[in-house]
Ligand binder design. Structure first.
Ligand code: DDH
Length: 308
């Protein structure tokens, strides 16, 4: 039995995962892509793979890697995540023993840590569905155009509390919106490849200055443009693009229960990091039942995973 692959039926050990994590670390730097990092889109891939969970029916969640199938991968809510999956494809080829479902979730934890965020506890053992029979229906992911009621409807379905909703939303310290993916445009913070509590600070700092704008496609978002910076840089190549918030982001400061947590996380980065690590780990485990060996109890039709 080679030492670098798990025994049949067993989840990979920490030692076996080390080279996988190193390979993920090595691909994060992408000078030609977005803000130079694959990190943010990898985090979003893991979140969308897990965020389909419904606790009532115990369906959805990160097990299965359903996004490989059109039924889930073609959901407009998942537009753009093919880039994340493509970044990870060479890692899957190099380490075929890791399931896609494990790789996608593991990669997000590697990305968060590499971008300066907390260590997120992670357990392997997920298996990949062999067909799309168990892929959850579309429409389970949040719609950025909505408000606090929608956030509660979506995240309570997964079993999260108000505090957890706010902590999870802090992932918008990372990355950006793309007009050709979600239709929204721009980034939430100035350094979108550094994990921090800046998103919470900016929500509060520019309160009253966030301007509601309607994009050409009819979507509404909130923007803050530093007028001096924008004027100063005019005609000098790089245009100051300003910062943005989605309507859902703004609901975190207009809803008093959410707001209490925004204030706590803006004031205390350590608290945010601790709570984010815990809630992101919980997100990645939704719907996963493990046996004594840490293997994921799964249906029989596993084609690609630890039981193949
Ligand atoms: Fe998000 N997110 N997200 N988000 N998200 C977008 C980008 C990123 C919502 C909408 C959008 C979470 C919660 C919410 C990340 C992580 C997380 C975009 C832009 C939209 C729209 C997509 C695009 O155009 O490319 C809404 C609504 C919610 C909510 O209701 C709370 C959560 C919980 C996470 C998480 O990871 C825990 C990340 C990272 C990005 C940046 C992606 C990128 O490509 O860059």
């Amino acid at each position: 039995m080679p030492q670098d692959a798990p025994a049949p039926g067993a989840a990979p050990t920490a030692e076996q995962l080390e080279p996988v994590k190193a390979a993920v670390r090595a691909l994060l730097h992408q000078p030609e892509y977005d803000d130079g990092s694959a990190g943010p889109v990898l985090v979003r891939l893991a979140w969308h793979s897990a965020g389909t969970y419904c606790k009532e029916t115990n369906t959805g969640g990160s097990n299965g890697a359903g996004m490989r199938y059109e039924k889930e991968g073609g959901d407009p809510a998942n537009a753009g995540l093919q880039h994340a999956r493509a970044f990870l494809e060479p890692v899957k080829s190099q380490f075929p023993f890791i399931s896609y479902a494990d790789l996608w979730t593991l990669a997000a934890t590697v990305a968060v840590a590499e971008m300066g965020g907390p260590a997120v506890p992670w357990q392997g053992g997920r298996t990949d569905y062999a067909d799309d029979a168990k892929v959850p229906p579309r429409g389970r992911l949040p719609d950025g155009a909505q408000g606090a009621d929608h956030l509660r409807f979506i995240f309570y379905r997964m079993g999260f509390s108000d505090q957890e909703i706010v902590a999870l939303s802090g992932a918008h310290n990372l990355g950006r919106c793309h007009g050709d993916r979600s239709g929204f445009e721009g980034k939430w913070v100035n350094n979108p490849t550094r994990f921090s509590n800046q998103y919470f600070k900016l929500l509060l700092k520019f309160e009253g200055e966030w301007k509601k704008t309607t994009l050409a496609n009819g979507l509404q978002q909130f923007v803050y443009v530093d007028e001096d910076l924008a004027a100063g840089e005019e005609g000098e190549g790089e245009k100051e693009e300003g910062l943005m918030m989605l309507p859902t982001d703004m609901s975190l400061i207009s809803d008093p229960k959410f707001r209490a947590w925004v204030e706590k996380y803006a004031a205390d980065q350590d608290l945010f990091f601790r709570d984010f690590a815990a809630v992101f780990a919980k997100l990645l485990e939704l719907g996963i039942q493990r046996d004594a060996q840490g293997r994921v109890a799964n249906e029989e039709n596993v084609e690609d995973g630890y039981r193949s």
